[in-house]
Design a binder for this molecule. Structure first.
Ligand SMILES: Cc1ncc(COP(=O)(O)O)c(C=O)c1O
Length: 402
């Protein structure tokens, strides 16, 4: 049987003594982002679900799935980044050293100082919806450009949050360039979820926002008196999300760092390709980046979080789309009293890969990842059914079967 995944070990990995590249993700920084999120009306921790029967079937000690479909009712984690970044931007512009709370940002006093701002971004859907929601809640405007092929349902959800949004003819990376041009031309604020040379501050705030997820997970596991996870599988588009989680873990768990594996679709595996490069510099993947994992269809790594993934992750995997569909079906059709989780293409890939490796007894990967009956694996379902029509096609009709 042809393998549906390719794995490489991270030859650049090193645990540096002086916490290199981690200053943005230490406990103090991430306390700021999570404190801001907690101040938003309607904030609730997303569920951390233990799939005990699936763990038993795969002969693992534990499988935890953090269900980000429940994040502020927006069906994906991305709003954590957009909301924190807007809060941090306004706080800094107004000369505050701390991050203003949600209530303060809505106050008359602050609104008089800022006036109405316009935030612009390019997105496959989830980030744009988060930016549109945040801008709208805080009384500002947003403009969202989407790459060609973006689902109409995702566009509609962004428009519903009050944004001006359109599907362009560009691939993701060119849509980002276009949004940047429009920001410069119109004096809008570009809130992009990826960094490049010269554009680092805002994407770093966005990544810090994502780290609220791992802080919540850590707190819940500690409160329950459970042992920490030994493995984490993180999906990557540009790597801002994976880098944020890795950065927080590396900053806080040094010697006890869980084994971190980064997973990407085979046609958009820019982190994998960067990991393969001899000089450790970020590598670009060109073309249409065709994959059903829309959130992961990115060809250019975030330059800041790439440095973190390069230093602290252990393995890079690229895989076929069918594994995302497989993961969606597994989470939707849970075993026994395991909770059912509605997970979209980009959300379910971690479970898809994990189950595929073990169920098909892919011995070299099992041994590399050191998966055994003591393994406690964390995956993060980063989205729900953000494209509901494809969700049904996959889960009900078996589209993209293995
Ligand atoms: C649902 C989902 N999961 C994961 C990611 C990957 O995040 P990043 O681009 O930071 O790697 C995205 C990005 O849009 C996403 O929408």
């Amino acid at each position: 049987m042809e393998s549906k995944i390719e794995i490489i070990s991270n030859k650049h990995k090193k645990i540096k003594k002086e916490n290199l590249n981690l200053e943005f993700f230490n406990k103090k920084e991430i306390k700021n982002s999570s404190k801001f999120h907690e101040s938003i009306v309607g904030y609730e921790k997303t569920p951390l679900i233990s799939l005990d029967n699936l763990a038993k079937k795969l002969s693992l000690d534990k499988i935890w799935v953090k269900d980000e479909s429940k994040r502020f009712g927006l069906n994906a984690f991305k709003v954590l980044g957009g909301a924190y970044c807007i809060a941090k931007y306004i706080s800094e512009e107004l000369g505050y050293e701390r991050v203003l709370s949600y209530e303060e940002l809505l106050s008359k006093e602050i609104k008089e100082k800022t006036g109405e701002l316009t935030f612009v971004t390019a997105t496959d859907g989830n980030h744009g919806r988060g930016v549109a929601w945040s801008a709208n809640k805080m009384g500002h405007k947003s403009v969202v450009y989407m790459p060609k092929g973006s689902a109409k349902s995702r566009l509609d959800n962004i428009i519903k949050e009050g944004a001006h949004a359109e599907i362009t003819d560009f691939n993701y990376d060119d849509a980002v360039r276009y949004a940047n041009e429009m920001a410069e031309k119109n004096g809008w604020i570009m809130v992009q979820d990826t960094a490049w040379e010269g554009y680092e501050k805002i994407p770093t705030w966005i990544s810090q926002g994502y780290a609220t997820i791992i802080k919540e997970i850590e707190e819940e596991i500690q409160q329950k008196g459970e042992n920490m996870f030994t493995h984490v599988i993180l999906q990557a588009g540009v790597g801002s999300f994976a880098g944020a989680i890795t950065g927080y873990l590396a900053s806080n768990y040094k010697e006890n760092l869980p084994l971190i594996t980064v997973v990407e679709p085979e046609n958009a595996a820019c982190i994998f390709e960067s990991g393969k490069s001899d000089n450790g510099k970020p590598k670009y993947v060109k073309g249409d980046l065709k994959t059903i994992m829309a959130g992961l269809a990115c060809g250019e790594p975030n330059t800041i979080t790439w440095e973190i993934l390069k230093d602290y992750s252990s393995y890079f995997i690229k895989c076929k789309d069918e594994l995302a569909a497989y993961g969606m079906r597994i989470l939707s059709n849970s075993i026994g009293n395991d909770k059912r989780i509605i997970s979209g293409e980009s959300g379910a890939i971690g479970i898809g890969v994990l189950t595929y490796i073990i169920d098909n007894n892919i011995a070299d990967v099992i041994s590399k990842l050191n998966l055994n009956s003591n393994s406690r694996v964390l995956v993060i379902s980063t989205e729900g059914d953000t494209d509901p029509i494809e969700y049904r096609n996959i889960v009900w009709k078996g589209k993209y079967y293995l």
